[in-house]
Design a protein around this ligand. Sequence first.
Ligand SMILES: Cc1cc2nc3c(=O)[nH]c(=O)nc-3n(C[C@H](O)[C@H](O)[C@H](O)COP(=O)(O)O)c2cc1C
Length: 214
Amino acid sequence: MKVIAINGSPRKNWNTDTLLKKTLEGAASVGAETEIVHLYDLTFRGCVSCLACKLQNGKSLGRCVLKDDLSPVLARLHEADAVVMGSPIYFSEVTGEMRCFIERFVFQYLNYDNFSQPLSPAKKTAMIYTMNCPEEMLDKIGYTAMFKRYEDIMIRFFGNCTPLLSTNTMQVKDYSRYHLGAFDADAKKLRHETVFPQDCQKAFDLGVQLAASK
Ligand SMILES: Cc1cc2nc3c(=O)[nH]c(=O)nc-3n(C[C@H](O)[C@H](O)[C@H](O)COP(=O)(O)O)c2cc1C
């Protein structure tokens, strides 16, 4: 059982990375082999629409042929039993790197002959999102619909997707050093000390769940 985490945050050891590592800890606790990939350490592009993954009689059918730092990652993901993707929300979306990753990861498996029969291997998937946005605003500003869109994509290609949200995150350790006056620094700190550990526990449990069943 191999579980791979994809970190779509540029910041290591911050909210997204921490939750992904907790997920992998959970997976490892039940015997899974784990790996984390930091997208911001890689040089890669999104899909370039070469359509080599759709060529008639092509040996690249269903596989991305673009050669860059993401190529070996896509190869390992193809074989993996589970993938957990994590991203901060930037301007109401996943980060650009995560978006480029998803294009490359998923488009290769899209079957233009028959949309309902993707070329993807079975895999457990999960999406972790971290954001400044408080939970009560998610519906109102369209985030719930955006999370559902990504969930639908993963379900369509891999048959399942478990989302995990970490809202109202602490963006910096010391708010007094920055022009971040719109935020209540004390409330952020308290939430980081009380709610974020619960999110970490949920991430750990998610890892156990990802590794437990195929
Ligand atoms: C460029 C940028 C854009 C952001 N846009 C949003 C946003 O639209 N909505 C939101 O809730 N948080 C937004 N945030 C806050 C981050 O999503 C939040 O701090 C997140 O937890 C950071 O994840 P990290 O700690 O893993 O880096 C933004 C942060 C940055 C740097």
